[in-house]
Design a protein around this ligand. Structure first.
Ligand code: C5P
Length: 347
């Protein structure tokens, strides 16, 4: 991040610290990191759904993150900022407390080394967990397999985005003459570390990686009712925030046609090792790229799938339900009693 120090016209580089649990990294996390640049991970918010390795992988793949630091203490001190040579600490505009009820950022606020960033309303880990819990039930006596509850329901959120936000997330460059264009497609629901591993390898096949995101209705008809958990807008922002991705097609067709390849000047189409869904009439969506010798299978090296993340959530249903209830009550108390308390230093 660069800021004008007011003394001359030169922009000075500034190191910014942002800490958090970053569980199931979503567009809200990416949006906060977009505004600033250095991230930290802590696990003190209860059991996360994603492992430390997965969260590190997710956060470090976000295009605005320069460095990731793990195992940091809960409660951010000026000593911690100094240790990591950071000028400022950034946090969303909700009030955060330590175990003792004190403001987690009190010390850095008092030292005027705190910057507030705007939260992206409508997406949070709590909300995503809630969506999964609402839409699923467990197979009796197994505690391992998730059912989608309501036939016909997509379970998808009504989160809306604007072209302005998409513009902020987007790299904004077209392929340069001579660039080898790689195309991949899929749901990319609950964007996870397996997707990142796949995208990194797909990007290495060329110079410009386009991700075609299937519309919610397609994902629902392939994955079953309840899918996707994240709607097309949310999936778009998560995928755009990934540093390996050059562009996203919002609502890509299920079948990769020669027209699509011609239009986007696609040189190679990649798919991972997960089974390829077939169309309603059993058609292979990659028939055309295969016929043209432009199809590659990529081994991401990761076994993680969206279904596994849903199943982890369902396996911990009770724990998450209690946690969400506690968190909602706390948020309500804070909203009622601490309005205006969170006086912040902002740019
Ligand atoms: O399942 P979904 O449509 O989200 O997958 C998008 C792409 O990511 C597919 O090509 C899939 O094979 C790939 N993938 C992968 N390794 C994983 C998860 C997904 O290669 N662990």
């Amino acid at each position: 991040m660069k800021v004008d120090n007011g003394n001359d016209s030169m922009l000075q580089p500034v190191r910014v610290w942002m800490d958090g649990c970053f569980d199931m990294v979503h567009a809200g996390h990416a949006n906060a990191l977009r505004q600033f640049v250095l991230a930290d991970i802590t696990t003190n918010k209860g059991r996360p759904l994603t492992t430390e390795v997965e969260r590190r992988r997710m956060i470090s793949s976000i295009r605005w993150v320069d460095e990731v630091v793990e195992d940091i203490p809960f409660g951010t001190s000026t000593d911690l900022l100094d240790k990591h040579k950071c000028d400022f600490c950034v946090h969303g505009d909700e009030f955060a407390t330590n175990g003792d009820g004190k403001d987690s950022y009190g010390e850095v606020k008092a030292a005027q080394r705190y910057i507030k960033c705007n939260r992206l309303d409508g997406i949070s880990t709590t909300d995503i967990v809630e969506r999964i819990l609402q839409a699923t039930t467990q197979v009796p006596n197994t505690h391992t397999t998730a059912y989608w509850k309501k036939a016909g329901s997509t379970g998808v959120s009504s989160f809306l985005t604007s072209t302005c936000l998409i513009h902020e997330f987007s790299e904004g460059n077209a392929p340069q003459p001579g660039d080898k264009v790689v195309y991949v497609d899929g749901a990319f629901d609950l964007f996870h570390a397996g997707h990142i591993d796949f995208l990194e390898k797909a990007a290495a096949e060329g110079d410009f990686l386009i991700v075609g995101l299937h519309p919610d209705t397609t994902v629902s008809s392939c994955g079953g009712s309840g899918n996707p958990v994240m709607n097309l807008h949310e999936r778009t922002l998560s995928v755009l925030a990934c540093k390996y991705v050059s562009d996203v097609i919002m609502g890509a067709p299920f079948v990769v046609t020669s027209e699509l390849m011609k239009h986007f000047q696609v040189d190679v189409v990649c798919h991972g090792m997960t089974p390829t869904e077939t169309g309603p009439n059993g058609e292979d969506p990659y028939r055309e790229p295969k016929r043209l010798g432009k199809f590659r299978v990529i081994d991401s090296g990761s076994e993680l799938t969206t279904k596994m993340i849903i199943e982890r959530t369902v396996q911990n249903r009770l724990e998450f339900e209690e946690r969400n209830t506690r968190k909602e009550a706390k948020e309500r108390r804070i909203a009622t009693h601490t309005q205006g308390l969170n006086s912040t230093f902002s740019q």
